[in-house]
Design a protein around this ligand. Structure first.
Ligand code: ZN
Length: 266
């Protein structure tokens, strides 16, 4: 039996196409993102469009919300998403890179604990799920400090794997797994696939088609090979050179003139 679980990161509209070769980081994300004005309205229209599809089909979905968005548009988000079909979980507070901040206890607490509390206060529901901004090919496997913070904050499942091992998107169809090897046998990983992240939004970078391994296959993330403190992988879509998707896929935004890497978050 195969299940498809619809989950959406719910964050912000940002003009990644205006940022050329600049690599993704939490700092560039903060610079790009706006939680006000037309960009906020556009973001909420998108959330509403997705929600309405699910409501029409009576299909459940999970929305992982960046708490900054909840701060900016709480009542409007509640009007769109406060429905029994929808599960409402956390996608951090500021969309920071969790592995990059793993040694900063205050920053980790803000992303995990404060975001959970903000979303729980907004919707009056318990938050038990967390999607790591950007995602990683190996997720939080081996990230014992982060896993401890996740567990202590009260999360019981996470989505931290959302890349191919070669830093391309979409990610393989990874089977859910428990973080037993890292000492958290009751913390579940339900990995993201993110097939839409580059293909539907028309971003020219970091897209590999078909996914590897081919659809229908599964894989389990390997133990991380990187040493502590070494550079982390890029966010999906960031600074990866490759062939852009067909122009016809660029239905929403104007593609950059060159095949320059895009700068984005996810
Ligand atoms: Zn995101």
């Amino acid at each position: 039996m195969t299940y498809y679980v619809a989950g959406y990161d719910t964050e912000a509209i940002y003009p990644w196409w205006e940022y050329g070769d600049r690599p993704y980081s939490a700092a560039t994300y903060r610079e790009m993102v706006s939680y006000e004005g037309a960009r906020l309205d556009e973001c909420l229209e998108g959330v509403r469009a997705v929600a309405e599809v699910h409501l029409r089909r009576e299909a459940p979905a999970t929305f992982f919300i960046v708490a900054q968005l909840a701060d900016a548009a709480g009542s409007r988000l509640r009007e769109i998403l406060d429905h029994e079909l929808f599960e409402l979980e956390s996608h951090s507070y500021t969309h920071d890179n969790m592995i990059a901040i793993r040694d900063d206890a205050a920053a980790v607490r803000r992303e995990l604990v404060d975001s959970k509390r903000a979303i729980e206060d907004l919707f009056g529901r318990e938050v038990i799920g967390f999607t790591a901004p950007g995602g990683f090919a190996n997720g939080f496997v081996g990230e014992t400090r982060l896993l401890e913070a996740v567990w202590e904050a009260g999360y019981r499942y996470v989505r931290t794997v959302s890349w191919q091992p070669n830093n391309m998107a979409p990610a393989p169809l990874t089977q859910p797994f428990w973080f037993a090897a890292d000492g958290y046998p009751e913390l579940l990983e339900i990995s993201a696939h993110a097939w839409h992240d580059n293909i539907l939004t028309g971003q020219p970078a970091a897209t590999a088609r078909p996914p590897a391994p081919p659809a229908g296959a599964t894989h389990t993330p390997s133990r991380p090979r990187r040493r502590p403190g070494t550079a982390r992988r890029r966010c999906r879509g960031a600074t990866r050179r490759g062939s852009p998707p067909p122009a016809a896929r660029y239905t929403r935004h104007t593609r950059p003139a060159s095949n320059s890497p895009a700068t984005r978050g996810c």
